[in-house]
Write a protein that binds this ligand. Structure first.
Ligand SMILES: [Mn+2]
Length: 466
């Protein structure tokens, strides 16, 4: 948790941005796994609740009455039965005081607060909920059916939260640096353990354990797979084979819930083949290109398309693509190789604020998303960069057999792709290199002091020496 003043100042800023009404910020509840008291899924507090109210406990709701300038932390104190099983915890009044909130009240008062506000026709601001228990809670409190809640959520509140959380302060950047240290340990451990004969699941499990032992948990389910061409390939019981590539996309969350997100791809046996190296070097070049292009005022969509054009040019050199690069990228032909965006915002959520809808986070009135074109529709961040933004830089090149077959059979982008050559890459897999980038005053830099090896020689050296 940060100092009390941080939360006080954030709530004051929020009140200024919202102007009037009552703001409800719902914390998350525990989620049982297979029966009510067993094996809770790891508790994860809602990030916006953490941002304004700091408390990492289930069953809390923050209420900010903007017009009367009052703040209340709502929640029930635990009883003696809970203390017997889980130990004692601070009462809600003390939790409130720790983050500079003057008032606290039991959960049953929330209904009265909402009824009073609704009776006076005051605006009640809430964010679009993503958990079913919170949807039911909103239904009970405000009478809005769950399937209407996204529509009825407060756009001014969404915009204010995005405005505030997009720019990371010095203390938040320190947390992101801490997450990067754990991420470094996770990835170098995976590189050490990767060798022919072990299962993907073994490596993935060890990576998860490091996140748990140094921080809160993983920032998203670890991807560790020889099928790098499957975007979210969870570790399977398949055995790692010499001659193949392994892709590891994993990140940590610090105990204060700030994230890291990195990807590395390396040969299972520690040595790239020439064919692998030819593709790898293109991804490496694109990854480094972002550092030169990303700075305040530049649209991240423009950085994305610069990288798409570079990939396409290099694919032409390798005989996999053909035709005019500009026309090809306009037609979306590059998505054969890169079917996702260059990156996304990152912070307390690994896809920061994605629950507030990507269109509100990564785009604005000036830069609109292209939701029609395959590949481009997966670009999560397009708008102009500002100092303090943190985005991922994650170019990749993939050879997806089903996509090659589909485009070949319906002749999609046939003027720009060499399907004969693509056939030879159907067993290649995929390569992605990802790091987290902080936008600075006049440029950008990677987060994390120690780079997880990614230059081909560094990767080979690390794998042969560890
Ligand atoms: Mn990512």
């Amino acid at each position: 948790m940060f100092r009390k003043e941080t939360y006080v100042q954030r709530r004051n800023e929020l009140k200024k941005l919202i102007g009037s009404g009552v703001i409800l910020i719902f914390g998350n509840n525990e989620s049982p796994c297979n029966f009510p008291n067993n094996g809770y899924y790891p508790f994860r507090q809602d990030s916006t609740f953490l941002y304004f109210f700091g408390q990492n406990r289930d069953g809390l709701v923050g209420v900010i009455d903007v017009d009367n300038n009052t703040e209340t932390l709502i929640g029930d104190d635990i009883d003696i039965e809970d203390i017997v099983w889980y130990g004692s915890v601070n009462c809600v009044k003390d939790l409130a005081a720790e983050v500079g909130v003057e008032n606290s009240a039991p959960m049953k008062t929330l209904k009265a607060i909402c009824n009073d506000a609704m009776g006076k026709k005051r605006k009640i601001h809430f964010l679009p909920p993503y958990r079913y228990d919170i949807k039911l809670q909103i239904f009970d409190l405000l009478g809005i059916h769950p399937n209407q809640q996204k529509l009825e959520a407060s756009m001014p509140l969404i915009q204010a939260v995005v405005k505030m959380r997009s720019t990371k302060t010095a203390e938040e950047i320190e947390e992101l640096e801490r997450a990067a240290v754990i991420g470094y340990k996770m990835h170098t451990t995976a590189m050490r353990l990767t060798k022919p004969g072990v299962t993907e699941k073994f490596v993935g499990g060890q990576v998860d354990g490091i996140a748990n032992s140094y921080g809160a948990m993983v920032s998203f389910p670890t991807i560790f797979s020889q099928h790098g061409e499957i975007m979210h390939g969870n570790p399977s019981l398949n055995i790692l084979e010499s001659g193949r590539l392994a892709l590891c996309d994993a990140g940590a969350e610090t105990v204060n819930n700030y994230c890291s997100d990195n990807t590395r791809t390396y040969p299972v046996n520690g040595k790239f083949t020439q064919k692998q190296l030819d593709i790898y070097k293109v991804v490496e070049e694109c990854h480094d290109m972002t550092l030169k292009l990303a700075k305040p005022g530049v649209k991240y969509a423009d950085v994305h398309f610069a990288i798409c054009r570079n990939i396409f040019n290099r694919m032409k050199e390798l005989g996999l693509a053909k035709g005019d690069t500009e026309e090809a990228v306009n037609a979306g032909a590059h998505a054969m190789f890169l079917p996702h965006g260059l990156g996304h915002m990152m912070g307390m959520d690994v896809h920061d604020m994605e629950n507030l809808d990507q269109i509100n986070v990564g785009f604005d009135d000036e830069v609109r998303p292209n939701l029609e074109q395959f590949g481009t529709n997966c670009l999560r961040m397009g708008r102009r960069l500002q100092e303090g933004f943190v985005v991922t830089d994650e170019p990749g090149i993939y050879f997806i057999p089903a996509l090659i077959d589909e485009w070949k059979s319906n002749k999609h982008c046939a003027d720009f792709l060499n399907f004969e050559e693509l056939e030879k890459y159907k067993d290649f897999g995929g390569i992605r290199i990802e790091d987290d980038v902080l936008i600075t005053k006049d440029g950008c830099r990677f987060i994390g002091k120690d780079r997880i090896p990614y230059h081909p020689q560094d990767v080979e050296d690390f794998m042969s020496n560890n």
